[in-house]
Ligand binder design. Structure first.
Ligand SMILES: [Zn+2]
Length: 411
């Protein structure tokens, strides 16, 4: 069994989010369970696990008149844990979204539970229901049989009709904080009888950015081959390279140092760093620097560009090239200045070259002029040619012939 399934929270105490733990503890303390709950929040935040814990709280044989943590050992708890409890019905609204499904539910909910004290309906992704199905569900929620408990889960609260929301007690699931993640990962590691350094725990919590599932998947790999979880092992799995630091690239991008950024990117690629990981870590790193006041608000533009690059990555033939282009474009201001300087420099050099060329051409022309031509010019300008006879040697190879000489003197 994989660690994620093995360590799914099974009691209130094991739930990942402190706010949700408190809400369930309050329900137990008050010894009062509502007829319908609406669990809202991001994917993977533990809504379904919480729904199942709640189903066991109300049905555990040890919880008679006084509610408490489920024992997870009695036959009721066991049946719910292994999914064989006929009175706990899980419906995925994504695939059972029509009115017939809800009509069937409406009919069945009237029947008393077969074995357990309470009949529990867990409807996942409830926002997927059709309008007709919502209406049918609403009628049931308006007059719920005393033996029923509805637990609706959704990642998209805005798609759930207000009429439904108003009939439920809402439990809000938030993105896990670093502390909450550390607590949950420590539980898994201790449960496996392994050890972890604080540094590694901290790194893992940051790397998976609120996803318990991703974090436990990484632990699954690390724990299978070592007794102590070290930061290098996590880094190796997360990034594909234990030594590569995305922070350095983030810094050079904030400085808009195009050369250094491209070098660091290439270093990452050479070291086998996964391109998806690189981009996502870069986005998170830049966000953290923005929040810490270490980057200008302008960096948000580049974060959006990175998001676009990440989207295109799956269909691109060359992910590295996409990122290179994005980096050059982002550093553009600096790169632009540099190229401007280069342009000015090269323009000046061009001008210099031009002058030199002109001079050379003049000199060359002078050289190219045959003695006959020089003599002709002198004759035209009335200069004496007597002391300046044409040199037969100089005329060699210039195409001057005796005809030219005759032509000159006959002018
Ligand atoms: Zn029990």
């Amino acid at each position: 069994m994989n660690l994620y399934l093995k360590y799914r929270p099974q009691t209130i105490e094991e739930l990942d989010l402190s706010g949700v733990r408190k809400t369930l503890s309050d329900i137990v303390k008050a010894n009062k369970v509502a007829h319908a709950y609406l669990l809202t929040g991001p994917r993977g935040a533990g809504k379904t696990s919480t729904a199942r814990v709640l189903a066991r709280i109300v049905n555990c044989e040890k919880n008679g008149d006084k509610l408490g943590e489920p024992c997870n050992k009695c036959s009721a708890c066991q049946a719910i844990l292994n999914g064989s409890a006929v009175d706990v019905i899980e419906i995925d609204a994504a695939s059972n979204r029509g009115i017939d499904d809800m009509r069937e539910l409406k009919e069945k909910i009237r029947l008393a539970p077969a074995i357990l004290p309470r009949k529990v309906y867990i409807i996942d992704e409830v926002h997927m229901l059709t309008t007709e199905a919502f209406n049918a569900l609403l009628k049931t929620l308006e007059e719920p049989p005393s033996h029923s408990l509805f637990i609706l889960c959704t990642t998209e609260l805005h798609k759930v009709p207000e009429t439904i929301i108003s009939r439920c007690v809402q439990i809000q699931f938030t993105k896990a904080t670093g502390e909450e993640m550390k607590r949950s990962f420590a539980r898994v590691i201790a449960g496996e009888g392994k050890k972890v350094s604080d540094e590694a725990l901290e790194y893992l919590s940051k790397a998976v950015d609120g996803s318990f599932r991703d974090g436990v998947k990484i632990l699954d790999q690390v724990l299978s081959n070592s007794d102590i979880v070290e930061i290098a092992e996590i880094e190796l799995i997360v990034s594909g390279s234990a030594s590569y630091k995305v922070t350095n690239l983030a810094n050079s991008l904030i400085e808009k140092d195009v050369t250094k950024s491209l070098e660091l990117l290439s270093e990452g690629v050479v070291n086998g760093v996964d391109m998806n990981y690189l981009i996502v870590s870069l986005m998170r790193g830049l966000r953290d620097k923005l929040l810490a006041g270490e980057a200008e608000i302008e960096i948000t533009k580049f974060i959006f560009v990175l998001d676009e690059v990440a989207r295109r990555l799956a269909t691109s033939l060359d992910g590295e090239l996409l990122l290179q282009v994005a980096i050059v474009e982002w550093c553009g201001q600096t790169a632009g200045l540099a190229s401007e300087k280069l342009k000015v420099k090269s323009e000046k050099e061009e001008q210099k070259k031009e002058v030199v060329k002109e001079r050379e051409q003049v000199l060359q022309k002078e050289e190219e002029k045959s003695p006959w031509q020089i003599m002709k010019e002198k004759l035209k300008s009335g200069q004496s040619i007597k002391n300046d006879p044409p040199s037969p040697v100089a005329s060699e190879g210039h195409g001057d012939t005796i005809d030219d000489a005759i032509a000159i003197f006959s002018n």
